[in-house]
Structure formats: C-alpha cells, structure tokens
Write a protein that binds this ligand. Sequence first.
Ligand code: URA
Length: 199
Amino acid sequence: MNDPASLKQLAGELQACRRCPLYRHATQVVPGEGPARAKLMLVGEQPGNDEDLAGRPFVGSAGHILDEALEDAGIARDKVYLTNAVKHFKFVPRGKRRLHHRPNAEEVRACHLWYEAERRLVRPLLTVALGATAARSVLGRAETISAVRGKILDLPDGGHATVTIHPSFLLRIRDAQDRTQQKRNFVADLRRAAQFIAS
Ligand code: URA
C-alpha cells in the first residue's frame, strides 16, 4: 500500500485489497465514511449483508440502532468518521441467506493497516470501539468489553479510545426491559464520548 494522501485515495486503494481471503466472496469492500478531520471516530466490526450490498458502513439494522443512539446522545452522524475493523463482509451461506461470521484475529490483523491509514488521515481525538472485534483493532490487544468499558484510554498516536458494546448486541436481547436498559447504557457511553471531545 502507498500511504494514501486522502480518504478518497484510501478508498480507491482498498478496492484492490487482497490481504486476506474475505474479498473473494464479498460483493465489494466497504470503506469508512465521514469528514476527513472528524474529532470522533467510531469503529465497528465488519460490514453486514446490507453494508456489503450498499458499499457503505452501518446502513442495515445495526446501523439503524446506532443512528437512534447517536441522535439520543446528541451526536450528528455526519460529523463522525465511521469505519470497521475489517472492511469485507465475512459470512456463511445458508440457502439464500448470508449469515454474519465474526472475523478472526488474523483477518483483523490483515486489515489493520487500512485502519492505521484512516487514523493518520483523520487524526481523531477520540475513537469509540463498538464491540470486542473493534476493541482488538483499536487497542491492539484482545480485551473483554466489561474490563475496559467507559474508560478513556491513551493510544500510541496521541489519540484516545473508549470501548462500548456493538449495537447488534441490542438486537439480540429478547427481554424488552433489559434491551431498554442496555440501550440507555449505550447512549450514556456515546454521550460521554461527545462530552470528551467537547471538553
Ligand atoms: N456492523 C458493523 O460492525 N459494521 C457495519 O458497518 C454494519 C454492521
């Protein structure tokens, strides 16, 4: 990879990525999106089925929950740089459906140089890792969410990071009361992130 001079150039170079086998079955690569100098970067796991088809991050059901939570936290989505730890959709076919399959540590590692290139261009003040896969990429080590959630951590490039749940976790909670509470906690994490970049 030549170090890209812009997010547009980075997105162009991503199209040719063959660093791991995931490009073979995905429809297309899904680059990050948002302002080149966003103060806040949100990192998800990988594109889902809808993102793979649209070529944009967080446009499916997890994206809708994220949009609601961002709004509740007073954060404008178009002021945030949104990306994923892994930029191709990993899935297992089940009849006509494509079921999400979590990327492994090797795939996260293979994609990490794209994330680093995004960081060099955007230089966010705070990066929010959504879920354990994103936390692995952002922190450079495996962490359980409960061990680091809510803390503001220093990153080697001078930025800061915090870890919260992945919005798709909320989709899997069956109990309505529990889901409401977990969503409130998620919004509170995002609100703290907004306060951090405003301070
Ligand atoms: N889940 C993610 O982690 N990222 C997306 O872009 C969509 C769903």
